[in-house]
Design a protein. Sequence first.
Length: 165
Amino acid sequence: MLGLYTRFCASLSKLCLVLGVIGLLAVIVSVQWQVFGRYVMNDTPTWAEALALLLVLFVTAFGLAVGVRDAGHIGLESLVGLLPPAWRRRAELLIHALVGLFGALMVRGGWVWASAKWGEKKPMLPVPDGIDYVPVMIAGVLIVLFSIEHFIAVWRGTPVEPAWN
């Protein structure tokens, strides 16, 4: 069962990487279209900048989640590495539990703000203003899932292999 969950998390992480790359390419195209419109056509597309900013939020959310899964986030390894093995395990479990709690708080906060702003429209895009908080919720859900995976792995004494390997 744990192997299935690990494969699910690895696949989800790879999907996030792919979506992040697609999002970055879309940001580049959007910004280039804005530059082309401004300097070549002398007609700046106002939606291009707003779309690029929205895409950056999604790219950041996916990158953040992958960073948590692949242990690329800022950690306390230097301090934890100095602890005796029994305390090291406890500290790692605590760290993953706190990161998971932070992800859950991201989901909750993102939901509150998205709900509050969903009725308003973005001035430059035909989407609700609350969409800015959807990436926060996506990242939070992924962080919770990946933290659970890490917590179980530390509990069992097995490593979590990065998805990009």
